[in-house]
Design a protein around this ligand. Structure first.
Ligand code: C2O
Length: 557
């Protein structure tokens, strides 16, 4: 059924929300600042934490908590990171579903010892868990700023977690006297590894704060609630999503790595890369216990480190980064000193307090780490359109014609549509978005990726929120990531990266979503169209309190 006209309103089937004419306003061309698209200029100041600034944060919803280390990090002597001896053996991280009993016993023993260290020992398992809380709920401010220091939803995501794993692994090895000890990865991107890895249900590797109902099934990368899919369907959906987030949607460094977080309050940005959005976030939510306030342990940043499986989950996240680096011939992600010199501090296996910079973690072989090769089955799972593009286009064109005069507004020159109060995602929203350039050549597309920019996403940071984005969808309610119309997903897990009330009131930075769509538009045969239909679908009603300011097309070098 096509969308019709009713009293000046753009209405659809029951599932579609009403988008009123006067609620769509066109943003004036050039007013980019308010949609967060204006880049803060490179000021040469790398990000680092002010180690004297540790303060309570909001680890869980509105509840204030503290994960500040004792003794305070500001009292410790810091040394610069040194690369391991280049002739030392490479630690090969193997897939959790392929490791042998001997390895499992070794890993379990190391974690058991870690859990029994004195509580104030930096290698103690719970102190290790606190690292994730410290860096992820913004317990520290940045140097020279009241802005929080945080390591998610930006280009710090992959580097910080790589450093976390690096030190955690060496500490585990040290505790069992094995200099060659390597972590294991939960290979959720491979059909054989898509179940929860059973080794993490035994002994010290077990954790009671998990969602027992989920664990025997195949993981769901588009998880928010039970989608009623069979294991076989989930495998196909997951592989399609992997293709999308590793290949077609990840053609530029910023799309894959996350937005360019600059130092200071003004430089704040909030937009994770493809893999951080999914599978990273949904897998956290899928493992966490639904009976806990914010799905602790894995479902919330403050508690994720208490579940040993965090390290296996992140080893695979890190493996995806390493894979993506290889796929683009290890070309430097960002030739930008602010990023390269951003720094983090960790305790190493010798209890030294170490400063490590982003530039130190870019090259796996210098860190003497590698991953077992188990193949990349998602490389050839390019999604197909769910409706033949020609049929879809004729349906969509009819809808468009029916609504001529409503959506094509006088003076509409900018590419932006601004959704006001109806940008509320309690139901699905469909909006037509103009494409400033059409019929671009392959060379142009290679130089500049076409990006769907969904900005001003306003959501309560402690809510678990998820919505999917589709392009030219005829029937979005039945679409899944296996459909080429699927352009990406937004997931917010509890990460209340805010400072306690009354401490700092800074400008609220709203998250955005940038989705690379050049290849997708080719597959939908839409490269010649001067506009596309974008549909946002709240999953499981989680986006009921979420609003979106607008959607537009941009081009990314
Ligand atoms: Cu630091 Cu998986 O989150």
């Amino acid at each position: 059924m096509v969308v019709g006209l009713l009293d000046g309103a753009f209405v659809g089937r029951k599932s579609r929300s009403t988008l009123l004419f006067h609620d769509i306003q066109v943003a004036i061309a050039g007013s980019g600042a308010e949609d967060g698209s204006t880049e803060i200029k490179n000021r040469g100041i790398p990000l680092k934490a002010n180690l004297s600034s540790c303060h309570p944060s909001y680890p869980s919803g509105d509840q204030i908590g503290s994960c500040c280390p004792t003794p305070a990090w500001s009292e410790l002597e810091i040394i610069d990171f040194q690369f391991p001896d280049p002739s030392s053996p490479i630690r090969i991280r193997r897939a959790a579903h392929l490791v042998d009993e001997e390895y499992k016993a070794k890993y379990e023993k190391a974690v058991a010892i870690m859990k029994e260290l004195p509580l104030d020992h930096p290698h103690n398992f719970w102190r290790q868990a606190d690292l994730h809380c410290i860096y992820c709920t913004s317990a520290f401010d940045q140097v020279n700023s009241t802005a929080p220091f945080k390591t998610h939803h930006s280009w710090l995501f992959f580097p910080w977690h790589r450093a976390l794993l690096y030190f955690h692994e060496r500490i585990l090895g040290k505790l069992i006297g094995d200099d060659n000890f390597a972590l294991t990865f939960w290979s959720w991107d491979h059909p054989d590894g898509m179940h929860f890895p059973t080794m993490f249900t035994e002994g010290a590797l077990n954790n009671t704060e998990r969602d027992a109902i989920r664990l025997p099934t195949v993981v769901d990368f588009n998880y928010n609630e039970d989608r009623g899919l069979t294991d076989g369907e989930l495998v196909l959906d997951n592989l399609a999503l992997m293709y999308h987030h590793m290949v077609s949607g990840a053609k530029k460094a910023e799309l894959f790595m996350g937005c360019k977080l600059r130092s200071g309050v003004d430089g704040d940005c909030d937009g994770g890369g493809t893999i951080e959005e999914s599978p990273h976030n949904p897998v956290h939510g899928w493992v966490g216990d639904r009976n806990n306030p914010v799905k602790e342990d894995m479902g919330a940043f403050h508690s994720a480190g208490r579940d040993p499986v965090l390290y296996a989950h992140h080893s695979n996240i890190d493996r995806m980064w390493a894979t993506w680096q290889k796929m683009r011939n290890n070309e430097l992600e960002f030739d930008d000193d602010e990023w390269l010199n951003s720094e983090f501090t960790f305790f190493d296996e010798n209890l030294q307090f170490v400063r490590i910079r982003v530039r130190d973690v870019l090259n796996m072989s210098k860190l003497r780490i590698d991953y077992q090769d188990i193949g990349l089955p998602w490389l050839d799972t390019r999604p197909q359109p769910s409706v033949h593009p020609e049929i879809a286009r004729s349906i969509l064109k009819k809808r468009h014609d029916h609504n001529e005069g409503i959506l094509r507004m006088p003076g509409e020159t900018a590419e932006a549509h601004k959704l006001q109060r109806n940008g509320r995602l309690d139901k699905s929203i469909t909006i037509r978005v103009q494409r400033p350039r059409i019929n671009r050549t392959q060379e142009e597309k290679h130089k500049e990726e076409e990006v769907l920019f969904i900005y001003g996403i306003d959501t309560k940071r402690s809510d678990f929120v998820k919505f999917d984005v589709f392009i030219n969808a005829v029937e979005e309610t039945v679409l899944v990531p296996q459909s080429r119309e699927f352009a990406g997903t937004f997931t917010n897990i509890d990460n209340s990266c805010t400072n306690p009330k009354g401490r700092v009131e800074k400008k609220k930075v709203k998250p955005h979503l940038k989705l690379g769509i050049s290849e997708l538009l080719e597959d939908l045969q839409a490269e010649g169209d001067d506009n596309i239909w974008v549909t946002l679908v709240s999953r499981g009603g989680t986006a009921i309190n979420t609003t979106v300011e607008g959607i537009r097309i941009m081009y990314m070098k």
